[in-house]
Ligand binder design. Structure first.
Ligand code: ZN
Length: 72
């Protein structure tokens, strides 16, 4: 996952990450700008699937995401 630093807008890379639950991951990011040095924490949650796999996990029930509707 690539993110921008919330302070200077430069790219930031994952330093460490760990699973908090089956659908939530916690990660720490470091800003790539040596003049900034910001470190920040991110929580990423899986909120749905585009298509279920062939080995479903009975412990979770993720919704199938609908196609994005665009205005005409
Ligand atoms: Zn930064």
């Amino acid at each position: 996952m690539r993110l921008r630093c919330p302070e200077c807008g430069s790219r930031a890379g994952t330093r460490t990450s760990r699973s908090v639950s089956l659908t939530i991951t916690e990660a720490y990011f470091d800003c790539a700008n040596p003049e900034c040095g910001c470190r920040f924490k991110v929580l990423a949650e899986i909120v749905g699937v585009k298509m279920h796999g062939d080995v479903p996990n009975p412990l979770i029930a993720l919704p199938v995401l609908k196609a994005k509707v665009t205005e005409q």
